[in-house]
Design a protein around this ligand. Sequence first.
Ligand SMILES: Cc1cc2nc3c(=O)[nH]c(=O)nc-3n(C[C@H](O)[C@H](O)[C@H](O)COP(=O)(O)O)c2cc1C
Length: 364
Amino acid sequence: MGGQAAMCSAKKKWLSNDIFFLLKDGAIYLWDYRNHIQFQISVSEFERLVTFSTGDFVSDTADDVSIDSSGVLCEVKPTDDWGWDVLSKIFHIGTSHPNPPTPDKPEMYIEYAKSYLDFCKSIHKNEPNIFLIKGGKKTLLPPPNLSAIKEASLWETLLARHTCRDFFDTPISISSLATILYGTLADKKETDYDAPIGAQKFGFRRTSPSAGGLQATEGYVWVQNVEDLDPGIYHYICEQHTLERVRDLPPEVLSTYLCGQHWANNLAFAIFFTSRFDKLWWKYPHSRAYRPMLLDVGHLSQTANLLITALGLHPWLTGYFHDKEINELLEVNLPSEQVIFLVGAGHGTGSSYTREVRELLDGS
Ligand SMILES: Cc1cc2nc3c(=O)[nH]c(=O)nc-3n(C[C@H](O)[C@H](O)[C@H](O)COP(=O)(O)O)c2cc1C
């Protein structure tokens, strides 16, 4: 397993439960995900680790010395008080910072700035495509109705925003869809940012912040009931404020893909947010970047929710859906792009409860 041989005591020890095993290319790897350390282990060490999972005394055999020195044995039997299954635990702990904070050193600030610039330079040559264009037939959207957004008070909009689960089967204007897509996803060209001379500029800016400035989120629109726009699935080209057609709507209603959430079927449109992992893999190769990937989508979702509300429409949102089938519908570039979330909108009563829930409540 490697590591310095430590003095073995005849103490009983237990295998940490913050580990997992990986079989790859004919080798066994022990992954200590709390400490971010991986060891290649032998079959005999693996068998010994199985024994330690129920507790055993550490002997002075080579395997025991090696296992003990790796730090994966505990003096007390580990407990497991994690409320979900082990996958989320591996992810959450495995992407937590393994080291304690280091003291602040002002004399190092210039060095940190240098290494930041060197890092940017080093990755610059391999940068992924900034703008996704899939090649479908294009429809230029009308300009956004910015006066409606400018007139809306931020506070009133925040107060008014709520999740609706009761929509009318009525159309919305293409101008509203254009405004929501523009305000959420468009390249904010008019407020371009400074890139100091010598710094590498990557990508573009939107109204929402984005980890690493990557703007890795894409928007695909399920258009169902929008005036002057054929129903279908479209991809929004954020640099051009243009929709490109991906395909016709499938014969199934939208809720088929949303685990039966049938109140979505009367939405005028729904934006599927996908994430382009290739952008994150390029800049942040550690799985910790999965966290900001989700958070990025959350920021865009809230922006869309507020714009929808400011335009007098009702929003609905979900992350509960059939990922595989939606990825196929959207024709994303698997595995480096995947669907993450949905925000839809339409006219409706504004009720948080479905008609059926209200009926049951009224009858009770
Ligand atoms: C990340 C996230 C996932 C959600 N998933 C669903 C969902 O699958 N179905 C649904 O009807 N509402 C969903 N919602 C909406 C919440 O149920 C709603 O925001 C919550 O009940 C609070 O109500 P409000 O939005 O009206 O303030 C989700 C909200 C968020 C932020």
